[in-house]
Design a protein around this ligand. Structure first.
Ligand code: NAI
Ligand code: MG
Length: 356
């Protein structure tokens, strides 16, 4: 029996609703597999914690998380707390403090889910977007001077380092190599951003020599939105900066049917620290408490967690259960269904047990 220690941080809005669902599904999966178990510890960090203590997590938060095998994260964000406080107070310190430099975002059309793109069917859109997750535009470098004065300035400095770009390129090329098509698209904006982005292009060309079996091409980020929309079949693995991939992966989630089905993994590929698994979506205040949050993204990110923990077969069992449930039309309203979070969760648990 292998027991994995999971730190659950449900946090805000629909975060607790989808993480509860995910924990139930993981428990059913463990029971079915027989030789794995999940020892889940839940942390009450987030906006409620902030209202009580003035911080999103305790000062030694990262120390508390270190012993865990993985982090299962809901979403942060509350209407009455500024978004930069919630994000920089909890999610980003974990990503950066644990050097989770590879943010991996798979997207595909799940059977039963309709893409908003006419003519795009299951199999036509099957991508993995790799987002640089430790530097770039979200490095936090910059500042404000002469606050509130007419001459006020604000700077937001993108930091690209040779070490940072090289390691994400290697990660992306080796991920592309593991996928059947062995195809990578390197996204930049090296026509307008002529320093860091040109360095990206140069490093991509250098790293590509280590992966002669991977076919790769380059796209400017604006043109990439067009290709994703008009020629989704031409894309497989994608690597882009923190900001560019953030935007492209929201588009990818929408093209696959809903943000509610899009998962993401924040990975420390060297395994020095726990990696963090979460749905892409935020806390969705507009539907919080209604019991209709789509739990599929949270289930799919658990599949990524299982793969990362070295349990790909359990991951496949879960993914196949999710796909069967969606194909049967048991889905939440965001993807055109009428089911509740509870009903989808129960159906996935039944499917794991092989009863539907
Ligand atoms: P959002 O992702 O929370 O919601 C966007 C839209 O998608 C809403 O209409 C929502 O109802 C819908 N949606 C999202 N997830 C869904 C699900 N699982 N099932 C059904 N429908 C779903 O983004 P929004 O509204 O821009 O941000 C709300 C808050 O979340 C903000 O405070 C924002 O900063 C935060 N946020 C946090 C993220 C994180 O924790 N990683 C990521 C994105 C936003
Ligand atoms: Mg985003």
């Amino acid at each position: 029996m292998k027991t994995y220690r999971i730190a659950a941080i449900p946090a805000d809005g629909i975060g607790p609703e989808v993480i509860d669902a995910g924990n139930e599904v993981l428990a059913a999966l463990a029971e079915q597999e027989g030789d794995i178990a999940f020892d889940v510890t839940t942390f009450d960090w987030g906006s409620d914690y902030y209202r009580k203590h003035g911080v999103m997590m305790p000062e030694d938060g990262l120390e508390q998380l270190k012993p865990f095998d993985a982090i299962y994260f809901g979403a942060v964000g509350a209407p009455d707390v500024p978004d930069h406080v919630t994000l920089w107070g909890l999610r980003l310190p974990i990503c950066q403090g644990f050097d989770q430099y590879a943010n991996v975002r798979p997207t595909k059309i799940i059977p039963g889910v309709q893409s908003p793109l006419r003519n795009v069917k299951v199999g036509d859109l099957d991508w993995v977007i790799v987002r640089e997750n430790s530097e770039g535009e979200y490095s936090g470098h910059g500042g404000r001077a002469h606050k509130g004065m007419p001459e006020e300035v604000g700077t937001e400095v993108a930091i690209f380092t040779r070490a940072g770009v090289t390691r994400i390129m290697r990660y992306a090329f080796s991920l592309a190599r593991q996928r059947p098509r062995k195809l990578l698209t390197v996204v930049t904006k090296s026509n307008a951003q002529r320093h860091g982005m040109v360095m990206w292009d140069e490093i991509a060309a250098e790293v590509s020599k280590e992966f002669p079996d991977v076919t790769w091409d380059k796209m400017l980020v604006d043109a990439m939105t067009v290709r994703m929309t008009l020629k989704p079949q031409s894309i497989d693995t994608v690597v882009a900066t923190n900001l560019h991939a953030d935007i492209l992966s929201d588009l990818a989630g929408a093209l696959a049917g809903s943000l509610g089905v899009a998962p993401t993994a924040n990975i420390d590929p060297e395994g020095r620290y726990p990696s963090m698994f979460e749905p892409i979506h935020g806390s969705a205040f507009d539907i919080t408490g209604q019991g209709i949050a789509n739990p599929v993204a949270t289930f799919w990110t658990a599949v990524q967690m299982l793969e990362h923990l070295g349990q790909p077969q359990a991951g496949e069992r879960l993914m196949s259960a999710v796909e069967r449930v969606c194909a049967a039309g048991i889905m939440t309203p965001d993807v055109g269904g009428t089911a509740t979070t509870r009903e989808v969760t129960d159906a996935v648990i039944e499917a794991i047990r092989g009863r539907n």
